[in-house]
Design a protein around this ligand. Structure first.
Ligand SMILES: *Cc1c(COP(=O)(O)O)cnc(C)c1O
Length: 237
């Protein structure tokens, strides 16, 4: 089966990358990015043993999550609009894309109403790309204490999507910068942050070499997605 073959090859590449830098393969979590793919594909992936899934649109994810095995664990990885926060808090076990204090406050408020806490990652736009969401590093450092003080938010680390390039090595300085930024955040918070979510189909091995604890992989696992008009457009559903 193609999906199982793809998964085996990704797992081998994760192991090899871990081997190159003396890390245990278990220190890297594979997040299967199932956006645009139907529930049948998600079930097939679950049958291969995958547990962690990533979606970038709340509407789409809601429908698919309710049709998927209950043991799967869902991470939100897209731009989150405040009117979708209530649903996001209900359906996802982690929000990897917190990119403003306003959004963080809304998540904390909705979690309070639902009597839960939400593990989050702070998304960083390292190259200052206008087409992407995410904190500029300076702003993140400036707002970090206020973010950390929100009662229902648990900051677990940082996430980034580097500028697109066909050459994986081009991503390395961005991944390295995210790792350094995590150290700066830990200094400010006086506590360790366990997660660095970085690396996608084209560059996950480099990300692992630079310290990724979570790699988010769609295309290398499921094959190409149907083309959309704009890449990484904000959701409008
Ligand atoms: C789509 C997406 C991915 C997966 O990208 P692939 O190149 O298909 O592996 C990872 N992270 C985010 C935030 C995404 O939107």
């Amino acid at each position: 089966m193609i999906l199982q073959d793809n998964l085996n090859s990704i797992q081998q590449r994760i192991q090899a990358a871990c081997g190159r830098c003396g890390r245990a393969a278990e220190s890297v979590t594979l997040l299967a990015v199932s956006k645009t793919h139907p529930p049948a594909t998600i079930r097939a992936a679950a049958d291969c043993g995958l547990v962690y899934f990533g979606e970038n649109k709340v509407q789409e994810a809601k429908a698919k999550i309710s049709m998927s095995p209950g043991r799967l664990r869902w991470h939100f990885i897209g731009h989150l609009q405040s009117n979708k926060v209530r649903d996001a808090v209900h359906f996802f076990e982690m929000i990897q894309s917190v990119d403003s204090l306003e959004l963080a406050r809304e998540i904390s408020k909705r979690c309070d109403q639902a009597a839960k806490t939400m593990p989050v990652l702070l998304e960083v736009n390292l190259a200052g790309e206008a087409s992407k969401f995410g904190y500029r590093p300076e702003q993140l450092l400036a707002e970090l204490k206020e973010l950390n003080a929100l009662p229902r938010l648990e900051i677990h680390g940082l996430m980034t999507v580097p500028p697109w390039s066909p050459e994986p090595e081009e991503s390395r300085p961005h991944f390295r910068r995210l790792r350094e930024l995590k150290l700066e955040c830990e200094e400010i918070l006086g506590a360790p942050l366990p997660h660095l979510s970085m690396g996608m189909s084209g560059d996950f091995e480099v990300a692992i070499e630079e310290g990724a604890t979570m790699v988010r992989i769609g295309t290398a696992l499921f094959g190409p997605r149907a083309k959309t008009v704009m890449r990484r457009a904000p959701e409008t559903d």
